[in-house]
Each structure stands twice: as structure tokens, then as C-alpha cells.
Design a protein around this ligand. Structure first.
Ligand code: ATP
Ligand code: MN
Length: 463
């Protein structure tokens, strides 16, 4: 029997002399006279286990196959390591090769691969130093998200992935249909007759779980979603995916200030957790990907976020003397260049911008008394720009109905959303954090395609 759980990371903590069996894949191999060094990694830690093989102690047939990429079981005893870089190493007395990897064709060679090439071998890039670290951080981050909310009594709710409410309005949607594309049923007006489709009406992949999360907040007080979302926007940027993961807390009895405080506490908590759990991985990112990562994270975990109103932010941008690609005046949406200026130059730390013009924000955001701005907030982070978008929601039935009408939205689609305001409404607020944007921030990785296992972007959905 082979049981799971014999991790290499635990081997490092065993005393010298302990007999051990180690399982993993060969990262590199080096031979010098009389001895071979094999770096073995099972994904449990950044650090490889150094396996030392003295000439003649292992049958040549096994040793010759223990090359980069091969999968091995190594038995032996732990000894003090004379080399730098590790305290102990494994002196091999036996090697079993589960799967060899022909060195002539194995695509993942030692180093020097571009991120673009590694994306093409997403079935093997997981064994590289970089992607090992990325996915351990992703794992720790996901756990920290649940831990933060569970410790505060939030209810975890899964909202639908397939939706027939085109009410969300957060971005272009992917259609979900079983209709025969070669032979589409038509309405008398010549449109597509979705009445004959699988759900009896037009269906899509969700762009956000927020509206359904609001239903749950107005029964369970504090809730959060953590699931996949989909956007068919054709934006081929290093920070947009067509399929990404979003965390959306929604809180009853909470206003914009409460929302802002929670977002800040949340970001600090998950950063502290990852700093604590993934020290070796973050050190690697700091050394090899972006030498500001550790400094920035420690700084953010320990400092108060900036806060500025949209109106004030516009004034700062207008007075900056910069020659903006996208011109600035009150009423325009902030572009990445503006967001980065505010967080990197003005505040030099994360900053929360609130109270945006109603015209550029969603209909569900609570209208301020000035009737020109809404209780929106975006959290901007250095290097990334927006990582969180949120708001206090409009809880007044008639104000919400009027906003839906004013934006020309089909009121009948929002019947249940409006009824939440008719029966037992409450002040409430929430926000959305893109998991992959947060990962870019934590790791310093420059392209969002490299912090998700298998990226989906315009023209690309491999693996
Ligand atoms: P952006 O202006 O950057 O496109 P957005 O205003 O469309 O963002 P929201 O609708 O507020 O974003 O979504 C909430 C969060 O989800 C964002 O703050 C961001 O972290 C993340 N996000 C949005 N779109 C994408 C995407 N296409 N790929 C990855 N993450 C995304
Ligand atoms: Mn967008």
C-alpha cells in the first residue's frame, strides 16, 4: 500500500540518522566524480530535498534514469549536509523509478524559459520553481480567505454559475445554450427563440455573484461567495482573464465606512497569513521576480490605507502636471494610469477611493444626498491598480426603482431585487476581490495568466 502524506517538507524536520522514503520529481541532477546530486521536489515546499548517490551504491539502470523530470521513490537515511543551502540531505540506498523522462525531449529544462513558453507547457510548468511557488501561495491565499470570514461568523454561500438574470451588468457575458447553431429556432421577429433553449430563456455564465449574495445577506446578515466568474470582454491585458475567481462578501447593517474598514482588515489579514505560511516562496519572488514584493507586503500589513474621495482624487490628478494618455476631468472613470499614480506616487500605499459619479457606476450603488455621486469604493494597490471594487447598496425601494428606470434597464428583470427592498430592507454593503489580482500583488508576477492554473483569454483555452 502507498498512502498519501509522506511530504518532503516534513523530512527536513526529522533528525539525522532517520531512515526515510522520499517521493517526488527530479528538478535537476548534477554528477561529479564518484557522486551524483539529485534535487527532488514533491511540491510540498519550495526547497528541494538533496539526494546524494555515491557511485556503485545504486544499480546503474535506476540511476541512469533519475534525470530531470523523472518521478522517483528514494530510500535511504538523513545525514548532515556539508553543502550550503540545506541542513540535511538524503543519502540514497535505493531508487525506484516510477516514470523516466527522456532528457533529449523533456520540455522543462533547467532555466531560461520565458513565461510565454511555460504557458504552452502548462501540464509541466507546475514542476518549476516559479509555478510551484505561485500555486502554493494561491492555496494559502484561498485558505486565508475562508479563515478570515469564518472567524467573523460569515456564512459561505455558493451563487449560481449559470444565470438567466442579465441583471448584473458587470461585463459582457458568455452565452450558455444547447441550441443547434446550424439551425437556430427563430422568433417571428427574426431573433433567436430562446424559449426553445435548455432553460427556456437566454442563459449566460455569471459575471458576479453579488445580487444573489444580497439575498443571503438579507437573511444571514454576513455572507461571502468564493467562486468562478466569467467575462467575455475582449480585453487582452496582463490583468484580465475571461475566467477568474472572485470573493464577494456582503454585509447587512453595514455602510460604506464599515465596508472600507472590512476591506482593509481583510487585505491585511490575508497578506499576514501568506507572509507567515509561504515565507520561502515569497523570498523566491522577491529575489527572482520583483525585489519590492516583501517590502511592500510588510509595509501594507503594518500601515493604514489611504482614503480619498473621487472628487479629491480628480483634483490631485489634475494638479499632477502629468500628461495623461486618458485626459482627466470630473466625471471620467479612472484608468489604470490614474489609479497607479494615486497609489504609487501620491499615497505610496493602498488607497481607497470613494463616492464616484453615479454615471460611471452600477445602478445598485447607494445614491448620496448630492444626487451626483454614489457610495462606491475601489481599493487601489501599487503595481496593480484596482484590486477591490465595492459599494454600499441602494436599500431604498423607490430610489432604486428610479435609478433602474433612469439607466434604461428592464425593470421586470429586477423584480426580486426590488422586492428585497420592499420586504424587510436593511442598509447593506459589500465588495469583490479578484483572487488573481491579489495573487499578482502577493507574488509580483507580471501577467495574470501566470497566477491561475489554466488561463482562459481571448483566443486561448488550452488544457
Ligand atoms: P477593471 O476595471 O480592472 O476591468 P472592473 O471594474 O471590471 O475591473 P469589478 O466588476 O468591480 O471590476 O470586479 C471586481 C474585481 O474583480 C476587480 O476589482 C478585480 O479585482 C477583479 N476583476 C475584474 N475583472 C477581471 C478580469 N477580467 N480578470 C481578472 N480579475 C478581474
Ligand atoms: Mn472590467
Amino acid at each position: 500500500m502507498i498512502e498519501p502524506g509522506g511530504y518532503i517538507r516534513d523530512i527536513f524536520n526529522k533528525p539525522v540518522g532517520t531512515p526515510v522514503e522520499a517521493y517526488g520529481w527530479v528538478k535537476t541532477r548534477r554528477d561529479s566524480k564518484g557522486v551524483s546530486f539529485i534535487q527532488l521536489n514533491d511540491g510540498s515546499a519550495f526547497q528541494d530535498l538533496q539526494v546524494v548517490v555515491d557511485a556503485g551504491t545504486i544499480p546503474e539502470e535506476a540511476l541512469s534514469q533519475a534525470t530531470t523530470g523523472a518521478c522517483l521513490r528514494v530510500s535511504g537515511a538523513l545525514v548532515d549536509s556539508p553543502g550550503s543551502g540545506q541542513a540535511v540531505e538524503l543519502k540514497a540506498t535505493g531508487i525506484h523509478v516510477y516514470g523516466a523522462a527522456d532528457p533529449a525531449t523533456y520540455p522543462l529544462q533547467k532555466k531560461g524559459h520565458t513565461m510565454e513558453f511555460l504557458r504552452e507547457i502548462a501540464h509541466l510548468r507546475t514542476r518549476s520553481n516559479t509555478f510551484g511557488a505561485v500555486f502554493r501561495v494561491r492555496n494559502a491565499l484561498s485558505f486565508a480567505v475562508h479563515k478570515f470570514f469564518q472567524e467573523r461568523g460569515f456564512l459561505y454561500v455558493t451563487t449560481p454559475i449559470i444565470t438567466t438574470s442579465d441583471a448584473e451588468g458587470a461585463g459582457a457575458m458568455f452565452g450558455v445554450s444547447t441550441l443547434d447553431l446550424m439551425n437556430l429556432p427563430r422568433t417571428p421577429q427574426g431573433g433567436i427563440d430562446h424559449a426553445q433553449d435548455f432553460f427556456g430563456k437566454k442563459a449566460s455564465l455569471t459575471v458576479s455573484g453579488q445580487l444573489e449574495a444580497e439575498i443571503f445577506a438579507l437573511a444571514f446578515s454576513n455572507v461571502y461567495t468564493f467562486g468562478p466568474t466569467f467575462r467575455a470582454e475582449n480585453s487582452n491585458t496582463p490583468r484580465h482573464l475571461a475566467e477568474f475567481w472572485m470573493i464577494e462578501p456582503e454585509m447587512a447593517f453595514c455602510d460604506l465606512d464599515g465596508n472600507r474598514k472590512l476591506a482593509e482588515a481583510f487585505l491585511k489579514y490575508i497578506i499576514a497569513h501568506v507572509l507567515d505560511q509561504c515565507a520561502a516562496d515569497l523570498e523566491f519572488f522577491n529575489k527572482r521576480i520583483d525585489n519590492t514584493v516583501l517590502e511592500t507586503l510588510e509595509h501594507v500589513a503594518g500601515s493604514d490605507f489611504g482614503h480619498v474621495s473621487y472628487t479629491e482624487a480628480i483634483r490631485i490628478l489634475e494638479q499632477s502636471g502629468r500628461d495623461w494618455e486618458f485626459p482627466v476631468r470630473w466625471g471620467v472613470d479612472l484608468q489604470a494610469e490614474h489609479e497607479r499614480y494615486l497609489t504609487e506616487e501620491t499615497f505610496k500605499k493602498p488607497v481607497i477611493v470613494t463616492d464616484y459619479p453615479r454615471e460611471i457606476k452600477a445602478f445598485y450603488m447607494r445614491l448620496n444626498d448630492d444626487e451626483k455621486t454614489v457610495r462606491a469604493m475601489d481599493v487601489l494597490a501599487p503595481r496593480i491598480g484596482e484590486i477591490i471594487g465595492g459599494s454600499q447598496r441602494e436599500e431604498r425601494h423607490d430610489v432604486l426603482r428610479d435609478k433602474i428606470r433612469a439607466q434604461g434597464l428592464p425593470e421586470e428583470h429586477y423584480w426580486w431585487y426590488l422586492e428585497l427592498r420592499k420586504y424587510g430592507t436593511a442598509p447593506h454593503a459589500g465588495f469583490g476581490l479578484g483572487l488573481e489580482r491579489m495573487l499578482m500583488y502577493l507574488t509580483g508576477m507580471k501577467n495574470i495568466r501566470d497566477v491561475i492554473p489554466f488561463p482562459r483569454t481571448p483566443g486561448y483555452a488550452e488544457f
